[in-house]
Design a binder for this molecule. Structure first.
Ligand code: PHB
Length: 392
């Protein structure tokens, strides 16, 4: 098979890129190694910055989002048994965020793609990206039991942290910056209406808790737990009791409890792979960078990579100029590092250190107090949370 842009990975980054290229008349093929059902079930944070919402609308994937998405005008910070609302529109000159599950974005993009979009192959396992420095890089993959090749002008690796694309960067051509956090998140999905209208980020006495949501009837909640935690060690009752304790405030607020339908533990990591390009192989999203989930930047970063990349490939297609494409890595990495810094700061501000360092705890409370008493400090959080502009 031959195509202009070979896209490895059919998550939100790969699907969105295919959509943007297809609308500009550039042909591409998407290879996804999992099944459609699996791709549509992958749970990820569903907080969309304005820029993410805009691009989904622009490419015709905004219809259901506009009906079912929940616009949020802020978040709540909790600490010292107090509640504080951070109001984004007043702090940012009108910006907000939208809550719409990533599973639904993927479903919407897959449906568009299968209805006359470019080819999307499920259960097509990429084995390797070859000859990225030549004019015609190749993706080798297995589909329907046969090994095949996809010859491309460009290959885009949207195949996440464990994908084969990044592995095609030879030693010495890149550097990976890494940080591991000394705690994990136990996440649950529950069939229960959210206990409030906004996401709640809590620095409870015994650690972090987050109250998020997938819809008006499904809640998503997280607890900070030690690394290596087995989710089976946490009974449903123990989870609800610990959540209630960490969210507890003076005044009346109650945590809605309901049936837990999924339970899993995720570790928290930061990774940045530089540069994001090697010859005619370009990386986007988790293939190039990982952020801890605090602040929900992962999907939004993937979408901003794809916006820059689509613009570069469209410019090349229309004018023959590689100017934008040549600056792809640099343009993206500025924003990636800002989101990496923000996610790191949010994580450090809200989680209990495993050694229970009392000094560290007081510094965290002082940071939270600063945000809730200084308009300037709150505006800085709001600007980062709702999404920084692209570029310098
Ligand atoms: C989620 O809804 O899963 C979520 C939301 C916000 C975060 C992290 C996760 O910061």
């Amino acid at each position: 098979m031959r195509t202009t842009v070979g896209i490895v990975g059919g998550g939100p980054a790969g699907l969105l890129l295919a959509r943007l290229l297809h609308r500009a008349g550039i042909d591409c093929v998407v290879l996804e190694n999992r099944s459609r059902a699996y791709a549509e079930r992958r749970q990820r944070a569903g907080m969309l910055e304005q820029g993410t919402v805009d691009v989904l609308r622009e490419c015709g994937a905004g219809d259901r989002l506009d009906v079912e998405g929940l616009p949020h005008r802020g978040i709540e910070l909790r600490f010292d048994r107090e509640r504080h609302h951070i109001d984004f529109p007043t702090l940012t000159g009108g910006r907000g965020v939208m809550i719409y599950p990533q599973t639904e974005i993927v479903k919407d993009l897959i449906a568009l793609q299968l209805a006359g979009g470019p080819p999307l192959l499920f259960e097509a396992e990429a084995l390797a990206v070859e000859s990225p420095l030549s004019d015609s890089p190749v993706v080798r993959y297995v589909h329907e039991g046969r090994e095949q090749t996809l010859d491309c002008d460009y290959v885009v690796g949207c195949d996440g942290d464990h994908g084969v694309s990044r592995a095609a960067f030879p030693a010495g051509t890149y550097r990976t910056y890494a940080h591991d956090y000394p705690y994990s998140w136990l996440g649950i999905l529950a069939d229960v209406p959210p206990s409030g209208g906004e996401l709640v980020y809590a620095r409870g006495a015994t650690g972090f808790a987050l109250h998020s949501m997938r819809s008006t009837t499904v809640s998503r909640l997280y607890l900070q737990v030690p690394n290596g935690t087995d989710p089976d060690d946490w009974s449903d009752e123990r989870i609800w009791d610990e959540l209630a304790a960490r969210f507890a405030v003076d005044g009346d607020w109650r945590l809605n409890r309901g049936t837990i339908t999924a339970k899993s533990v995720t570790s928290l990591r930061s990774r940045v792979h530089e540069p994001m390009r090697h010859g005619r192989l370009l990386l986007a999203g988790d293939a190039a960078h990982i952020v801890p989930p605090t602040g929900a930047k992962g999907l939004n970063l993937a979408v901003s990579d794809v916006r820059v990349l689509a613009r570069g490939l469209i410019e090349l297609h229309r004018t023959g100029s590689t100017q934008l494409l040549d600056h792809y890595s640099q343009l993206c990495l500025d924003r990636v590092w800002q989101a990496t810094r923000f996610s790191y700061d949010m994580t450090r501000m809200l989680h209990a250190q495993p050694d229970g360092d009392a000094f560290d705890h007081r510094i965290q409370l002082a940071r939270l107090r600063r945000i809730t008493t200084s308009r300037r400090a709150a505006a800085e959080l709001a600007a980062n949370y709702t999404g920084l502009p692209l570029g310098r």
